[in-house]
Design a protein around this ligand. Sequence first.
Ligand SMILES: [Zn+2]
Length: 230
Amino acid sequence: VKGATTTSQQKTGEYIVSIPVVEPDDASVLDSEKMWEILHYVHERPLGVRPAEVAKEFDIRINQAYDKLRKLERAGYLVHQKRRGKPGKEAERKTLLYFSRPWGYTQLNADFENDVLRKKYGKLVMEAVKPSLVGFFKQVLEDLKKNPDLKKWYPSPQENLCLECGMQHQALELFYALAAFAAEVTSDESYDMYQVLLDNGYITQKKFKEYTTRSGDDEQWVLSDNTPRA
Ligand SMILES: [Zn+2]
């Protein structure tokens, strides 16, 4: 079912404004304005981008375009798909299509993720955390869809489906953003969390008091929905 105001290539807004830099090489890959712009350019095009297009758009030679796309791919920001074409290097380049990965995933330390988190807590997350998160996602989607003021944030159904993975990256990025927000609110803004820090010796008594008793106009967030227990 299509929303009432959908148009093709409608921009629903960027939910995530940072991308992961895991290694020094990644940082150097992004070390020029053009690389950022090319990355954004590909990110906005779920049907994929050819080196020739990038060359034209950014007024560079096709070899340079190819080189930049390949660097972005090596850094993990892009993937490519080979379209069947005639053999030969030039022909092959013309048939490469580059896609952006969805933004917003967090690169965890692989050992920590696999040996600890997945092994010991995968089940707990599925049972205890997942239902709330999925409920939260569905609630937000429904609200964005219904509310005219929020509609610009609603990812239009059936649009911009990625030619590579078949999913709408905007929607995935919205979910990543919501999960990040949930984690942020939980860990930074709840009295319960400050209590955990205090109980485990991860915060000074002084700062604990300060953070949990603020009530200035813009700083009442700490206590607004968390009543401290005596
Ligand atoms: Zn995709």
